[in-house]
Design a protein around this ligand. Sequence first.
Ligand code: URA
Length: 302
Amino acid sequence: MPREELRSLVLAMRAHLEWLQAGGVTGLPRGAEGVAAPPAPPTRPAQRPAVTEARPPWREAAPLADSRERPAPSRPMELPLPAVALAPALPMPAPSRAPQVVRYADLPDPLPVLGQEGLDLTRGILGECTRCKLCHGRNSLVFGNGAADTKLVFVGEGPGAEEDRTGLPFVGAAGDLLTRMIAAMGLSRDQVYICNVVKCRPPGNRTPEPDEIAACRPFLRAQIQAIHPQIIVALGRTPAQVLLNTTAPISRIRGKFSSWEGVPVMPTFHPAYLLRTPSAKRQVWEDLQLVMTALKKAALPS
Ligand code: URA
């Protein structure tokens, strides 16, 4: 890389760090901590419970360009960049697997009201949020939608282009597939609640960064608290890792119930992944059947 280009890169990085520092950021995660590797090819666990129907009943989607489809991950640049001297130096936190905890004084914990009132309160406090850098690129904040009194919540990663345009979660190509998956479970979208880990679209549909996830986490928590569902389905790696506080690959943790603050969580593949890898639909259908079995006794609102 030419010297001049390298110099302007360093200056830009310095300006960005100073901007973060001015905004109250006191540390940055080391390296790629908290950012997990791309999902390994799905494997079938040795002992899966028998399922009644192996083939997913929703129709095969034509391979289409989903708003969440991401360009092939590019390798991080491995440049021996000179250290950027900041005065005072930013303290680097020790690597930790504990979730970053952000508390907002204006978001009561626990929520004083539940159900739709709790959701409305949470949405009101979220307001025209500027708590993280995703606010700069968003058109709409995508809070979530569906039934506040449902037993079943789906959590995705973050809005894509179509969601950012409409303000509604899962309305792009992946959303169409999710709608068919929900219908195959004998439910409709307005009988469940759908939201995302982050409420604003990450640029280019990239994976949300740890600071963005941390900034939104209290609101996701409040949404789940307000609804207190019987089961959460985590759609893909990001919500599964965030809710279960793990860096394990989705291919390893999917298909087994774990717990988020006492609420059973079923991690499964993201519908956008299914659009790229239709062969994984069978596994997702198995996971959803486990959810249906567990929900059997719980009457969903009609
Ligand atoms: N749309 C969403 O709202 N969330 C996702 O994770 C993907 C698409």
